[in-house]
Design a protein around this ligand. Sequence first.
Ligand code: UDP
Ligand code: MG
Length: 318
Amino acid sequence: MDMNFISIIIPAYNEEENVQLVYEKIKKEFLSLSYDFEVLFINDASTDGTLQQIKQLSTKTPNVKYISFSRNFGKEAAIFAGLQHVSGRAVIIMDADLQHPPCLIPDLMKGYEEGYDQVIARRNRKGDHVFRRLCSATYYKVVNKVVDVELKDGVGDFRLLSERAVQAALALNEGQRFSKGLFSWIGMEQKIIDYDNVIRENGETKWSFSKLLNYGLDGILSFNNSPLRACFHTGAFILMLSVVYSIITFIQIMENGVDVPGYFTIITAILLLGGIQLLSLGVIGEYIGRIYYETKKRPTYLIQETNIMNGVPHEKNR
Ligand code: UDP
Ligand code: MG
């Protein structure tokens, strides 16, 4: 394989205004670099003209490849499909919306030349809504306490992976993927490059608040069983409290006899314990749900069409 061949994976969902643009910008960056490149678009079943745009581009430029999914499988699946189908020695993963500025490519390549397996682009949160900044800052504080891989604020999927890192990422073949954590899990030599946050110009973000919330939960649940531990600890703590409380009440009754009926104590205990029990059940349920999905061994994605030769590996695509 050619040492100087770089693949760029771009998941695209309803990005018709961006396809051409992002390709042009990438091409421009490679003019000053001594590397050949291919751009692999993963069309995540866009409902706009994204696929047409990509096809048009690929007929004009042979180094544009695409895979088009049979339905919307999500960005995680798109990245996985990309990693399975690249032919480059190193791989760069970036968004279609230009929020991952192509002008960082030379820096990424520099890190690659220095021998790093992962060159990670990290954004600051300039221009983000205060509320979102606050949420993510708190989230990363919490998540890094409970999860055993390190998740950094501002670090996403925008990065360069060496061939070794790609192989490692592919070896983690879980169906429900949380790339950010998986890339952190594989470790290897890493270099971080900081860049200023870019506001999306064309199209709109695909994240709703509930999607973000679920993504956040995924981050915590995909990596270990500390939430189950937390349920156990809470249970043990409450058990201890209630033993102490019953002893105190018992002594009081022995001394003073039964006095008040204790409506408040009872209702508080019921609500509190009810809440904790439901929460714990939810946590257990989440894990069982994950086991359920993993045991089905469904493919992570299905390909509708592609211009990659031998590009339909249905039996190996998870
Ligand atoms: N994306 C995708 N499938 C989806 C949603 C998003 O492939 O179901 C792509 C999208 O086209 C973009 C990238 O993932 O290239 C990041 O999406 P977005 O810009 O909405 O996320 P944000 O930058 O707001 O985190
Ligand atoms: Mg974006």
